[in-house]
Design a binder for this molecule. Sequence first.
Ligand code: CU
Length: 143
Amino acid sequence: MKKLRSSKPVLRKTTAGLWLGGLTVLALALGLFLKPYFRTAQSGQGAVIRISMAGWEPNTLYAKAGQPITVNMVNLDNQFHTDGGGWHNFVAEDLSVAERVGPNQSKTFTFTPNKPGEFLFYCDICCGGKDNPFMRGKLVVNG
Ligand SMILES: [Cu+2]
């Protein structure tokens, strides 16, 4: 009987250890999962936008006036495109933004729209550029 009693705390410790380990793993997993959201929250607003010969996806971005927005522009095209060699750019004249991204590359840039409104952005490297509706997108800046 004495042996049984002495083994009880050991069993309890193991159970507690398992719980603690499980909780730690859970917290770490949750932290990893939530990390991008927290980063976005810290640096204002964030958006991922994909560009290819087919156009922008999505073609509407949202921002808030006076708050920085970080755009991660992902280029889905390769260098074998005869039209611009697979390069694209993000041009928003009214916001003084012009960023280029190479084939199969991504580029992250940050800017701060200082006034509310709807602003045109486009790629002028390929496919007719600004005149092609597929190469056009809209940034909606809320006040
Ligand atoms: Cu383009």
